[in-house]
Ligand binder design. Structure first.
Ligand code: UGA
Length: 477
């Protein structure tokens, strides 16, 4: 593609290629999902190495089904990964911005990459384009996006104050929209193809028509709103889900004190359709690249606008305390940690991914190493990433299976809820361990089953439960 690439014209926008800028955990599944819906998709990223690996069929990170979809659409030609980000903009009709929005030490979102993309889009406007922010950004970012694109396209040499790259005398011809993503890592394609809803923040009929047409095949509720509302929906959704997790974690602590069972409480509460059972899994707290960062950004946004949203500060504080609560349980079970061999099951921030960004496991491992424990680590997907943070050494051994991690251990700590762990032969695990203590940070196991297998079992919010009638699945009577 060259700078002479022809701009898709409004009449053929429905068939014109879509451009996705930033091919990470959101960009790549989105690009391939759109390709699978029959659109021609150009994917670009300024990381040249990433592009060449993607071209070879390597999606870079683990996401179920992604490698297969990448292979399918590299072959079909529906998906074209390119290095030249400018050409990708010139050739696209709808430009999805999926670049990273890391955070500053203050918690504020760092929008440097979004701004850089806005300038790049401005320099390459060559006909009407709909610029869609998909990255999670604070409310009002779209207004900045719009202002930046307008400013920089006007500043383009030869633009003469008119629409850059167009005939030269028309009005600035682009729209900005917000189309936040709700993809979960590990389920990104499932969420792309079967969304609960799609949210589109638009400010023109044209933008509304383009996005409505684009998502029609997904046949799900479309929430069409203004741009700031769409931006806020994303933040509010992640903050609310984080709040549910912190809420159940507090309930879990209380369950331990009064002899109740948090899994049964979550079931009993979650069967109320106004509440829903999802995101009521008590455990070591939430991690990952989204919740912790988005929560801080939302808190920052509220503070910036003088709104006292201290509820969310408490959600964060509760989450931060989870590591200490879990470590105390380990310590209470083992008395001292120095020199103890501990098997660690699970490193990824959740099951289904190799992502360890802001994984709670990292904080737990760090603390255990400071206590001079010797760790035997295993995760089905995240070991390569973890090795970059904690290289193998005298106290850090990476194991080829969960059974290997258990070998000679004086306790096994479960930190990620992989299905593989649910299916372990507990008898075999027990035989391999020196001392059969299992501390379950995700409440994956049934206490009875584990205890019958000969383990001393410690989990969260269930340890004090001395109930005559054990909680079971809900019965319809
Ligand atoms: C989250 C949202 O669920 C997505 O809708 C959103 O699109 C995404 O962030 C994003 O903003 O990009 P994700 O971070 O992939 O998705 O993972 P979640 O499944 O939401 O889990 C987040 C954390 O909460 C994990 O550490 C998980 O273990 C923890 N969690 C989740 C619990 O501790 N308990 C639960 O009941 C559920």
């Amino acid at each position: 593609m060259t700078s002479e690439d022809s701009a898709p014209q409004p009449s053929n926008l429905a068939d014109a290629p879509i451009t996705v800028l930033g091919l990470g955990h959101i960009g790549l599944p989105t690009a391939l999902g759109l390709a699978d819906l029959g659109r021609r998709v150009i994917g670009a990223d300024d990381d040249k190495q990433k592009i060449s690996r993607i071209r070879e069929g390597d999606p870079i990170f683990f996401e179920p089904g992604l490698a297969e979809l990448l292979d399918k659409h590299l072959r079909s030609g529906q998906f074209q990964p390119i290095e030249d980000v400018g050409a990708a903009v010139r050739n696209g009709s709808v430009i999805f911005i999926c670049v990273g929005t890391p955070q500053k030490p203050t918690g504020q979102a760092d929008l440097g990459q979004v701004e850089a993309v806005a300038r790049l889009v401005a320099r390459n406007l060559n006909g009407y384009k709909l610029i869609v922010e998909k990255s999670t950004v604070p409310a009002i970012t779209a207004q900045w996006l719009k202002r930046t694109i307008a400013r920089h396209s006007l500043a383009k040499p030869g633009a003469g104050g008119s629409r850059a790259g167009n005939s030269g005398d028309g009005p600035l011809d682009f729209d900005v929209a917000s189309n936040p993503e709700f993809l979960r890592e590990g389920k990104a394609l499932e969420d792309f193809f079967h969304p609960d809803r799609i949210v589109c923040g638009v400010e023109s009929d044209r933008a509304r028509a383009i996005l409505t047409q684009l998502y029609r095949p997904l046949n799900c509720p479309l929430v069409i709103t203004n741009i700031s509302t769409a931006e806020l929906i994303k933040h509010a959704a992640n903050a609310f889900l984080s709040m549910k997790i912190s809420f159940i974690n507090m309930v879990s602590d209380l369950c331990e004190k009064v002899g109740a069972d948090v899994t049964a409480v979550a079931q009993g509460v979650g069967l109320d359709s106004r509440i829903s059972p999802q995101f009521l899994q008590a455990g070591i707290g939430f991690g990952g690249y989204c919740f912790p960062k988005d929560l801080r950004a939302f808190i920052y946004l509220a503070q910036e606008h003088g709104v006292d949203f201290s509820l969310l500060q408490e959600v964060e504080r509760i989450n931060q305390r989870r590591v200490g609560i879990f470590l105390r349980k380990v310590q209470q079970a083992l008395w001292t940690l120095q020199g103890k061999t501990l098997g660690i099951l699970g490193l990824a921030f959740k099951a289904g991914t190799d992502d360890i960004r802001e994984a709670v496991s990292l904080k737990i491992i760090q603390a255990l190493l400071e206590e001079k424990s010797s760790l035997r680590l295993y995760d089905p997907q995240a070991m390569a990433n973890t090795q970059r943070v904690f290289p193998a050494g005298a106290n850090v051994t990476y194991c080829s299976s969960a059974y290997e991690a258990a070998r000679g251990a004086q306790a096994l700590l479960l930190l990620t809820e992989w299905d593989e762990f649910r299916q372990l032969d507990l008898g075999r695990v027990r035989e391999l361990m020196e001392v059969p203590v299992l501390v379950d940070g995700r409440n994956v196991f049934e206490p009875d089953a584990v205890q019958k297998a000969g383990f001393e079992y410690i989990s969260l919010g269930r340890d004090g439960a001395q109930m005559a009638v054990k909680a079971g699945p809900a019965l319809t009577v």
